[in-house]
Design a protein around this ligand. Sequence first.
Ligand code: WT7
Length: 693
Amino acid sequence: SSDHLRHVESMAQLPSGARRISHLNAVILGASLASEENDLVFPSHDFSRQALVSSPEQYRKMYESSIEDPAGFWSEIASQFYWNNKWDPEVYSENIDVRKGTVKLEWFKGGRTNITYNALDRNIEAGNGGKVAIYWEGNEPGDDGQLTYAQLLEKVCQLANYLKHVGVRKGDAVVIYLPMLMELPIAMLACARIGAVHSVVFAGFSAESLAQRIIDCKPKVVITCNAVRRGSKAIHLKEIVDGALIESVKNGVSVGLCLTLENKSAMKREDSKWQEGRDVWWQDVVPQFPIKCSVEWVDAEDPLFLLYTSGSTGKPKGVLHTTGGYMVYSAATFKYAFDYKPSDIYWCTADCGWITGHSYVTYGPLLNGATVVVFEGAPNYPDSGRCWDIVDKYKVTIFYTAPTLVRSLMREGDEYVTRYHRKSLRVLGSVGEPINPSAWRWFYNVVGDSRCPISDTWWQTETGGFMITPLPGAWPQKPGSATFPFFGIQPVIVDEKGNEIEGECSGYLCIKKSWPGAFRTLYGDHERYETTYFKPFAGYYFSGDGCSRDKDGYFWLTGRVDDVINVSGHRIGTAEVESALVSHPHCAEAAVVGVEHEIKGQGIYAFVTLVEGIPYSEELRKSLVLAVRNQIGAFAAPDKIHWAPGLPKTRSGKIMRRILRKIASGQLDELGDTSTLADPGVMDQLIALRDCQ
Ligand code: WT7
């Protein structure tokens, strides 16, 4: 009965209606949340005493001041950074109400700054040039490196100078397709130094997905490497980029330069495919450039980066973040949610290809002058103790990861953990999906020796930084709850009609008012920005998540309520997977739903119908999965293909996903009302075929 999430999960799967929510409410609060809700885990006195925010009262005071006087609260934090020119007297202006016209958010407008200057030069000038900025740990144990702040700045400047030399100017896009080498944060920081807009594409995306992003943002340069080792495999990244660039040309977007890092440990340059005139080896050019590079001062509202994420349609959304507000927000959230102190060694296992790697590998920590561990490898290579080996090696104090990793290591047994000391750890963090209480407990008791508070940070690509998160010294925690809002954040739970509901309740999670780290638009599609996020509940930002609040005011995130699924913390649109499946010549129609998965949180369950006359076979199943791997990436490969001669549809032709979710999760006695089906006969076929494939 402890995993209330299992009950709550169904929220995403049911037609929402006020009635439904109140029923859900009863289920959660009556049956299982009640036990979790009373399960408080207190930070130790020693921890709280030294913490930046050490009591609920102190949190409340700061929170209230952030809500009553946002301009004062945020400008005080912003003043800790260097601004070449101060912002306009007005700290922010916002319209988040679609009924009042265009949604427009601005923070620190008129202020001129540079995020790389603030992350590097400013910390060096404060006397921290000799402090380690990055410890890099390679895929192979023993393969490692490090850069001090001063050395990192030199590397960043050399690349920045090179990019300027090849004609990259303020506002130009640069696509970065790199694994977790030091060059990945270096490339991000180099772009930001010259005002170029980086768009990092996770190096697990396929050529098709990379091409889609390149076609959308039309970069001047693509930065990649020839190959990478993951666990015991070598992946030829450059070949994927080659494919993407060919595809882009076909779509009228021709990228003139592909800067390629030779990643010698994975592949020699002689073995790499090469296109003269377009491809350039990083090592041949970048080191020749000066180690100093002047700063491009940009407006607080000038774009910093684009990051594509999945929505409920097939086309990924280019989430655009600007400079000033994002800088202030990523830095402040990092500091408070992890109770950061200058002596900390911080490790976040996320890849810079996702927002977590932007805000909490690169910008947030470096803006705070932190020492960051960047890990290239896999957590189970050479064995499942690798993470704790790294924790001991670098004396990591703050360890931030995803529930899926916690669950997968939990399954391997405690010995892999207890073999290592882990005495350096003092704060743990979780992100990407709700952490189920049993995984929370294992993380807390076994990994953290019941000593380290867990910051379960709820946020999104769109929010730029943490929104609902524990401040580890302030509050007693409840395993599985992200606790309370960060400073300046006003979360509200609304019902079906968009009315705020108070007290103990369940509904849709929205945010009232803007915050500095909020995204400003979807690149090239401001209309979609408004429609997706601000129209569903006018007057609010709609997160796409369901949420409940318990009697003590703790927030419990319950998962997406839209057609987005969360697989191992990776956000995948069901429509994207469907469109990949139907691109297969033998697939007539596809409907994809998320289904509970022990390790990944959600797995991908795909129903397919085939083109007339094509028989279903194991071979066809494999090639359907391959189609998804090729179109999106291996991480989006369906766990299950369920062939069916027909899909359940309403008379108007709409696929009834509610029913498909029930079939996928085996809840065959809960199919509900099927009387509106156009052809009730398809149900029996579907169920009959469920287990024989
Ligand atoms: C979605 C955002 C933000 C970094 C990683 C994912 C889910 C994220 C939590 C959490 C419950 C969470 C939500 C959200 N999510 N963190 N701590 N508890 N759910 O970023 O790819 O933009 O996905 O991830 O459903 O909407 P993203």
